[in-house]
Design a binder for this molecule. Structure first.
Ligand code: FES
Length: 174
């Protein structure tokens, strides 16, 4: 009896393990796609960074030109379309610089060449903030950082702007 009882327990234990294993395998197969579906938009958002065409590089030169473009963002299931502005220049080497117009002091909007006392600079009317044509903050004015810039790329005859990144240029004397 003890031999057959031992065999019986072993068989039952084996069946329990087999059932648990099969159940776990099936549950994992069902739950994984559900979790994936739940967090998928979040994953997609973090992998974003689409660039937007804003024109031909030939349209730009030493004088800043203002461009507007729309950026489609998806945060989870929430989708928005935002109009962005950039001030774009191209130097003699063909290097593009696209600056954000958001003042680094308190976030007002800067404009190009609008202060008669300080021509050929970006000017912030809120607290008289000033920046050079490269977005460098002018020392002894309120902003302590240079204007952010957009990632840019020229491809197939078009200028594409991407995400906003810090402008590494230090402040300069005005
Ligand atoms: S917000 Fe631009 S100078 Fe203050």
């Amino acid at each position: 009896m003890s031999g057959s009882g031992k065999r019986e327990i072993s068989r039952r234990t084996f069946l329990n393990y087999a059932l648990m294993g099969t159940g776990g395998f099936l549950a994992a197969g069902m739950i994984t796609p559900m979790i994936r579906f739940a967090i998928d938009p979040v994953l997609k958002h973090s992998a974003g960074g689409d660039r937007v065409a804003v024109g031909s590089p030939d349209e730009f030169g030493a004088d800043p030109k203002r461009v507007e473009f729309k950026v489609h963002t998806k945060d989870g299931w929430y989708e928005t379309e935002t109009t962005m502005t950039a001030w774009v220049t191209k130097d003699e080497k063909g290097q593009i610089l696209a600056l954000s117009p958001v003042c680094k002091h308190l976030g007002c909007t800067v404009d190009w060449n609008t202060s008669p006392e300080h021509p050929n600079e970006y000017f912030c009317p809120c607290h008289m903030g000033r920046y050079s044509v490269k977005g460098e903050h002018i020392l002894n004015t309120p902003p302590l950082k240079s204007l952010d810039e957009y990632e840019s790329e020229v491809k197939d005859g078009k200028l594409y702007l991407g995400k906003i990144i810090p402008n590494p240029r230090p402040g300069v004397n005005g």
